[in-house]
Design a protein around this ligand. Structure first.
Ligand code: NAP
Ligand code: ZN
Length: 355
């Protein structure tokens, strides 16, 4: 089937209208009309080739909310008209130990990303959610729970699960002190989710202008990370720090902010490495640095259900697709409040102009 989209054609030109063919839905497939798609910093890293390995044309977008328009003959869990989500993963091998454990993001044969990823059956390179429709195996489609606004739910599919999963894995509980570094798409979901789990949450930010928003989003404390005295004052305070920063930085002041046995989980994925951390900060208090990658399909559904039950969604700024290049520029300046979401209705104007 024909799909209309916005694509990056190389690492420097602005994203521009693009049309291509999606596969017709097979027996196990769900065809989805995309209503909204969130804009993740990973989209920008990929579109601009910052991580290397981008195959052009590249259609980014992995925070997808849409409506089912067709299902294959073996699809039992979805029907036409259902509101559904698709996140960062559209397929995996289904045979390895990680897939067996519901950790498809760690598929030992390589999961299939929603964009810029080789398809399991070989051949194609996946094209993502900055488009009007997508076809996905039913096992990788999420149910949008009642009560969640479809546009504000879109960012949960990446920013939501990427922060929810480590908070659960490291067993965040009431009374714990959690730090979140960076107030962007991931960071604002980290604040909301850690608060909803009952923790005391502190935001570390380089942007003093974000303090009032951080408190509204759930932070009980805000530390301006460029203020050395303020950083020193929180030494030894945190059980867990979730680092969402998209650029290289000095990790040592954050390690010092951890308690004995505390962990800093890195979810931000800067294109260049961080300065090597000072090992003494780790050995003197048995502190750890860990990483975490999105979450599995079952956990993503659990996160959506948790958000519906706790009234958690993203704070969004809805944009037409033609504003995507300006949105990327604002993202580069840390000027995101706190996730751009593309209204895919705006693609219809572009498609009719192109026709
Ligand atoms: P974003 O909305 O652009 O937010 C990033 C925030 O990091 C900024 O708003 C800013 O917050 C802070 N920051 C940026 N540059 C900084 C610098 N030089 N020093 C200190 N702080 C800086 O990005 P996002 O969509 O949340 O994504 C964040 C990162 O996570 C990206 O690298 C993305 O690729 C990665 N990611 C990883 C996963 C995963 O599974 N691990 C999933 C999705 C995304 P302040 O203004 O508050 O300082
Ligand atoms: Zn993402």
């Amino acid at each position: 089937m024909q799909a209309h989209a916005y694509a990056a054609h190389d690492h420097e030109s602005p994203l521009a209208p693009f049309s291509f063919e999606r596969r017709e839905p097979g027996p196990d497939d769900v065809a989805i009309e995309i209503l909204f798609c969130g804009v993740c910093h990973s989209d920008l890293h990929t579109a601009k080739g910052e991580w290397g390995g981008t195959i052009y044309p590249c259609v980014p977008g992995h925070e997808i909310i849409g409506r089912v328009i067709a299902v294959g003959g073996e699809v039992t869990t979805f029907k036409t008209g259902d509101l559904v989500g698709v996140g960062c993963i559209v397929d995996s091998c289904q045979r390895c130990a990680s897939c067996h454990d519901g950790l498809e993001q760690f598929c030992e044969n390589g999961f299939t990303g929603t964009y810029n990823s080789p398809e399991q059956a070989g051949g194609g390179n996946t094209l993502g959610g900055y488009s009007d429709r997508i076809v996905v195996r039913q096992g990788f489609v999420l149910r949008l729970p009642e009560g969640l606004d479809p546009a504000a739910a879109a960012p949960l599919l990446c920013a939501g699960i990427t922060t929810y999963s480590p908070l659960r894995h490291w067993k965040v509980a009431p009374g714990q002190h959690i730090g979140v570094v960076g107030l962007g798409g991931l960071g604002h979901m980290g604040l909301k989710l850690a608060k909803a789990m009952g923790a005391e949450v502190t935001l570390f930010t380089t942007s003093p202008g974000k303090e009032a928003d951080a408190r509204r989003l759930g932070a009980s404390d805000v530390v301006i990370s460029t203020d050395k005295a303020a950083m020193a004052a929180v030494a030894g305070r945190f059980d867990l720090i979730l680092n969402t920063v998209s650029a290289p930085m000095n990790l040592d002041p954050y390690l010092r902010a951890l308690k004995r046995d505390g962990t800093m989980v890195m979810v931000g994925a800067p294109p260049e490495p961080h300065k090597s951390p000072a090992i003494f900060e780790m050995i003197m208090r048995r502190r750890s640095i860990a990483g975490s990658l999105i979450g599995g399909i079952a956990e993503t559904q659990e996160m959506l259900d948790f958000c519906a039950a706790h009234g958690v969604a993203s704070d969004i700024e809805i944009i037409p697709i033609a504003a995507i290049n300006d949105a990327y520029e604002r993202m580069r300046k840390n000027d995101v409040k706190y996730r751009f979401v593309i209204d895919m209705e705006s693609l219809k104007d572009v498609a009719s102009l192109a026709a």
